[in-house]
Design a protein around this ligand. Structure first.
Ligand code: SOE
Length: 376
């Protein structure tokens, strides 16, 4: 029997997840069978067109009619529609996979995590932090868990894009606090915060973030509305943020993201330094991990994470036949849908989404108050 999937959202993320579901039977034959049953949105014509292209059986303009009719509900809409439909689905006992950031506000994220807790462990509620599913990131996690880097001292993460560097770039929901919650902070920073928590958040590594200081900046306050003959709308979110972190074990962290980093399109990079070694990862070279072992005194070596025994790689091509960004969606869909079929748990969960949101909210609070904020 196939799992029937309802998906809210048919643009960028709708396409990424629909593509992932379509790839599963070919490359992950052990994944449960899924049917792209119903695509949800507001505009019927656009929905019809998208459903055709993305392989959905039906469309609906009312998520409330869908959430308890399907075996899993994907919430891939803008941030301001994350909470209500996801909570309704969980209340109906339907597993939910929600795009990041979990919600526009900490309050919404808390309500979503509460709903997930109440739904119980056999109703997976996942937050789609896809970068956890890069093979090189899984490889890095294994090294860290095996203690290869020793005591963690420095953790660095930056996520740079440049699609708003032109002051005439059009206004979108991503520029609006009501709709998005925050700007570069939530959209990009959420990924980095989650990735660092995934990699070094264990108690025997850096542990939780204890306290932080944050700084936000909006460079362009108003943007033209596309096709509206000169009308502009205010930008009410950050274009860039930076933060300093202190971890439980005393490690220091620095974070940064921007939509104004000229020339950088999707440059997400992580660096970790421990007493025994260092590692570097960049999304722009996502098949590689750079590792330095202090005792070997040879500088960084580049590990190509494309071997059959590397995480997820055996499902794809022979060694050296590299993977890309879209594969991360296939991997996370495989894990999420397997959890749905087995009634098992999925990580990153809504709880992980909430933990990331707590960090984002503290960064905003620190910026507003001009002081360090404790997360305890
Ligand atoms: C923003 O440009 C964006 O599409 C994010 O929303 C995604 O989460 C990120 O993976 C790529 O950039």
């Amino acid at each position: 029997m196939s799992l029937e999937i309802g998906v809210l959202g048919y643009r960028f993320m709708g396409k990424a997840h629909a593509n992932a579901m379509a790839r599963l039977p070919m490359f992950f034959p052990e994944a449960p069978d899924v049917e792209r049953s119903v695509l949800v949105g507001r505009d019927e014509d656009a929905l019809e067109d998208a459903a055709d292209r993305l392989g959905f059986d039906a469309i609906s303009t009312d998520w409330a009619e869908v959430v308890d009719e399907v075996d899993a509900f994907y919430n891939l809409g803008p941030n301001h529609v994350h909470a209500e439909p996801s909570i309704a689905a969980l209340e109906a006992g339907t597993p939910v996979f929600c795009e990041k950031p979990l919600a526009p506000t900490l309050e919404d994220a808390r309500a979503m995590a509460d709903a997930a807790r109440e739904a119980g462990d056999d109703v997976p509620a996942g937050c789609a932090f896809n970068y956890r599913f890069v093979p090189a990131i899984r490889y890095a996690k294994r090294l860290l868990e095996d203690g290869e880097l020793g005591e963690i001292r420095h953790v660095r993460g930056r996520y740079l894009q440049d699609w708003l560097v032109d002051p005439e770039a059009p206004w979108s929901w991503r520029n609006d606090e009501e709709l998005a919650g925050s700007g570069a902070l939530g959209d990009l920073g959420a990924h980095t915060v989650d990735l660092l928590r995934f990699l070094v958040g264990d108690d025997d590594l850096a542990g939780d973030i204890d306290r932080l200081s944050g700084h936000l900046r909006t460079f362009v306050d108003e943007r033209p509305v596309e096709g509206e003959g000169g009308e502009t709308r205010p930008v009410t979110v950050d274009d860039a943020y930076s933060a300093q972190l202190e971890f439980e074990n005393g490690a220091m962290g620095t974070l940064e993201a921007s939509r104004f980093a000229t020339g950088h399109k999707n440059d997400h990079a992580i660096e970790i330094h421990g007493s025994e070694g260092s590692l570097k990862f960049s999304l722009e070279r996502l098949n590689e991990l750079e590792l330095l072992r202090r005792n070997e005194n040879r500088g960084y070596e580049t590990i190509l994470v494309t071997d059959a025994d590397d995480p997820y790689v055996d499902h794809w091509w022979p060694p050296g036949h590299v993977l890309g960004w879209e594969h991360t969606f296939v991997h996370e869909n495989y894990e999420f849908l397997s959890a749905v079929a087995d009634g098992g748990e999925f990580e990153p969960s809504f709880e992980a989404g909430l933990e990331a949101q707590r960090v984002l909210a503290a960064i905003e609070e620190s910026d507003e108050r001009g002081e360090w904020i404790s997360l305890e």
